[in-house]
Design a protein around this ligand. Structure first.
Ligand code: ZN
Ligand code: ZN
Length: 236
């Protein structure tokens, strides 16, 4: 490892200090995201969907943990994981998610300190198809590392049934139409009725994607608890 560092010295992506991809000073600049309802963004403990939003039609997300407040440092970190496959950065991001999950008392309570009925999954790869690295999905990479840390099984639960347009450029109703039935359960995922799934996503998707995946799972397994853990909030 030291030889590698010698041959390819690491520099902080933010301040260029040598040693690590993100130096300690810049790590401190990443701020934890406040606990809010994923729909109306008002304060709500444990990142739960608030009572009003929970009762609205087509709201399928119950909990959405957001690790960081959006910051250009974070954007750069994810860029490096996505396009340059930097394992150490994925490791750092997974460690942060691990801490946020470990300190969420509601999640800990629900899963009885994360027992074997809890699974880790990730939002399937999409939008990367046109790029030169077709197979790389940063969400999967981070989910894999997180599963190891939590000692939980990693499974792929949903797949995309068709290509969809980039969500960011669409209006709310266009998004819903764009994503309608775009996901499908993978046949041999063998879910149990009482499981808890922690879904990981990086920055690229909008809430509508997460909502649509939750809807797809809930249709067949209404009892399953789905938690979402994302790195930052994509404002939409
Ligand atoms: Zn730095
Ligand atoms: Zn709300």
């Amino acid at each position: 490892m030291q030889i590698l560092n010698f041959l390819f010295p690491k520099h902080c992506i933010n301040c260029a200090q040598s040693g690590e991809y993100l130096c300690l000073d810049c790590k401190k600049k990443l701020v934890a995201h406040p606990e809010i309802c994923p729909y109306c963004h008002t304060y709500n403990r444990f990142y739960q969907t608030c009572f009003t939003c929970k009762n609205k039609k087509n709201n399928y997300l119950s909990w959405l943990i957001i690790a960081f407040v959006y910051d250009k440092i974070l954007k750069n970190l994810i860029f490096k994981v996505k396009y340059f496959h930097k394992k150490d950065i994925a490791e750092f991001l997974a460690q942060r998610l691990f801490l946020v999950i470990q300190t969420n008392q509601l999640l800990q309570y629900q899963t009885n300190v994360l027992n074997e009925e809890t699974l880790i999954s990730y939002v399937p790869s999409h939008r990367y198809r046109k790029h030169f690295i077709k197979w790389y999905n940063p969400s999967r990479e981070i989910a894999k590392l997180l599963a190891q840390k939590l000692r939980l099984n990693l499974i792929n639960i949903v797949k995309k049934t068709r290509n969809t347009r980039q969500q960011v450029t669409l209006t709310k109703s266009q998004r819903e139409a764009n994503l309608s039935d775009a996901f499908q359960l993978i046949k041999n995922s063998h879910l149990q009725w009482n499981e808890t799934i922690i879904f990981i996503d990086d920055i690229t998707t909008t809430w509508s994607t997460l909502n649509e995946i939750a809807k797809t799972i809930k249709k067949e397994y209404p009892q399953i608890s789905i938690w979402w853990a994302v790195l930052w909030r994509h404002d939409s």
